[in-house]
Design a protein around this ligand. Structure first.
Ligand SMILES: O=C[C@H](O)COP(=O)(O)O
Length: 247
């Protein structure tokens, strides 16, 4: 099954209106490969601004949302609120949410399931720390994180998995194409055996961690890498080259 390449720019907590205007300008100028899906993860306060000003071929994602429709959850945003302003995507389970904000596998799975039930598409992030990799636990960790999601999600058609080794995020230390491919392949095999071969064949698995204009082509040519999730380079014009990595 052909899987459409999908490139996400996760802006994290960066940018102001002026800088976001500059990013939107280079996205408008592109040109962006029409065969690649492009999604930008925007700080909550700028979601509507970006939604209203991004070119039509760029979709907008929130970087978080909660597992309830509404209520006494100070500081949180519900999937219904995102849908209300026309946002159709959310990034959940990023390692910064896991590590800095203490989100567990279980909470992340609940949030993913609830977002999907409410019509959002989800970029679900997983990945091992350096300590876990050095202890030979990469597969154990990413399988555990995937299983937690699988326990609560039955329909995977609106899920993109982002494999982001934590040691490669923002460090300039990219996983080599072989290292990334090895984990992507192992994940796809795990999904085939634990969920279904159909889900495994169709699901898109992005790689994230120091992706740049210089390394994106080789990473993108790996058979099980179906796109990228990028922070640093997504704030710069080289993001256009990353979107166009797969021709
Ligand atoms: O969500 C994006 C990742 O954390 C990657 O960030 P980076 O491209 O700056 O390494």
């Amino acid at each position: 099954m052909a899987r459409k390449f999908v490139v996400g720019g996760n802006w994290k907590m960066n940018g102001n209106k002026e800088q976001i205007g500059q990013i939107l300008n280079f996205l408008k100028e592109g040109p962006l490969n029409a065969d690649t899906e492009v999604v930008v993860g925007v700080p909550a306060i700028y979601l509507e601004f970006v939604k209203n000003n991004a070119p039509g071929n760029v979709e907008v994602a929130a970087q978080n949302c909660y597992k309830a429709e509404k209520g006494a959850f100070t500081g949180e945003i519900s999937p219904l609120m995102l849908k209300d302003i026309g946002v159709n995507w959310v990034i959940l389970g990023h390692s910064e949410r896991r590590q800095i904000f203490g989100e567990s596998d279980e909470l992340i799975a609940d949030k993913i399931a609830f977002a999907l039930q409410n019509g959002l598409k989800v970029i679900a992030c997983i990945g091992e720390t350096l300590e876990e990799r050095e202890a030979g636990k990469t597969e154990e960790v990413v399988f555990r994180q995937t299983k937690a999601i699988a326990d609560k999600v039955k329909d995977w058609s609106n899920v993109v998995i982002a494999y982001e080794p934590v040691w490669a995020i923002g460090t300039g230390k990219t996983a080599s194409p072989e290292q990334a491919q090895e984990v992507h392949k192992a994940l796809r095999d795990y999904i085939a055996s634990s969920i279904s071969p159909d889900v495994a064949g169709g699901i898109r698995i992005q790689y994230g961690g120091s992706v740049t204009g210089a390394n994106c082509k080789e990473l993108g040519s790996q058979p099980d890498i179906d796109g990228f999730l990028v922070e640093g380079a997504s704030l710069k014009p080289e993001f256009v080259d990353i979107v166009n990595a797969k021709q």
